[in-house]
Ligand binder design. Structure first.
Ligand code: DO4
Ligand code: MG
Length: 298
């Protein structure tokens, strides 16, 4: 079951549920956590509660998905991210850090891939995170930037996994490759993260370790990148990542944890102003965002 958030006719954030590919039924909440908390108070699961609401209200208020002004499916106070959780990411990180020199010694990326403790970093805050169809920015001071299509887990403050969404962990490969201590600058800037289009409730995902992820990038209407991967290549368990994130930490209800990328566009590729990024996980939907280059104020 897929939950979305959109601006209704009164310009108010409203929750909805997709009852088919295009039909959206209204839910009496303005945020995903309201639904989760109401289910908890009524001692049922969010899935059962949504089913009861649909059965009661039927088709009284039905919207067409393509006509909606979609918001992030949750107003996530923070978005965190995991790194080097897929072999492909380890290879790509080594490539950008090596500056063309191959060296047989173990890198930090090799070590973290095999270590018990995963790499976790702060990716975004509510104000920096955008929803479907809004502009993602690329930095003015980087020459090598890519999207990172990732599955995101939506958790409550105790670390319970409530659902899954799609996240784009936009990254600057040259800034990170120059020095890993530049990671926050390679990952965080205005509109450097998008999530959406929906949250699929955890209870309705039969196997979160078998989700297909597809990335397409379009330039002037032409598809210039097409890659896919599957979460069955994930080196770690979602719960393991969440356990490390919540350890000795203060985590808020509705936090999103991105679980790492397994798709890296070809090394010679960089995003440009005007590109359009589409990330699809069939169980969740398509997260589409146009790209805008920030202009340096120097
Ligand atoms: O080590 C840097 C970040 C890696 C990352 O974001 C990923 O693997 O998805
Ligand atoms: Mg990433």
């Amino acid at each position: 079951m897929r939950i979305i958030r959109f601006l209704n006719n009164n310009e108010k954030p409203t929750l909805g549920v997709l009852t088919s590919q295009q039909q959206v039924s209204l839910l009496p909440y303005s945020d995903f956590m309201e639904l989760v908390n109401d289910a908890e108070n009524k001692k049922c699961t969010p899935l059962k509660l949504v089913q009861q609401i649909i059965d009661k209200t039927g088709t009284t208020e039905v919207f067409i998905y393509d006509e909606l002004n979609l918001l992030t499916p949750i107003a996530a106070p923070e978005v965190w991210a995991s790194g080097v959780t897929y072999f492909k990411s380890r290879q790509a990180r080594n490539y950008e850090a090596s500056n063309g020199n191959s060296d047989s010694s173990q890198t930090f990326y090799d070590k973290v891939y095999d270590a018990e403790r995963p790499e976790l970093f702060m990716k975004s805050t509510e104000a920096r995170t955008i929803g479907p169809n809004k502009h993602l920015n690329i930095r003015s001071d980087s020459k090598w930037q890519i999207p990172e299509p990732e599955v995101g887990v939506v958790i409550n403050k105790k670390g319970r996994i409530l659902g899954y969404t799609i996240g784009n962990d936009m990254s600057s490969r040259d800034i990170e490759g120059e020095n890993p201590l530049y990671l926050p600058q390679a990952k965080i800037w205005k509109n450097s993260c998008s999530i959406g289009p929906a949250i699929v409730l955890a209870e309705s995902v039969p196997d979160p370790y078998n989700l297909e992820i597809r990335l397409c990038i379009y330039r002037e209407g032409m598809k210039i990148v097409e890659e896919s991967a599957n979460t069955n290549q994930l080196k770690r368990k979602y719960e393991e990542l969440v356990t490390y994130l919540t350890k000795d930490n203060l985590i808020f209800d509705g936090t999103v944890l991105l679980t790492g990328t397994s798709i890296v566009p070809p090394n010679e590729f960089t995003l440009q102003d005007g590109d359009r990024i589409e990330i699809e996980v069939p169980e969740i939907g398509v997260l589409a965002n146009p790209v805008k280059k920030l202009i340096s104020k120097e």
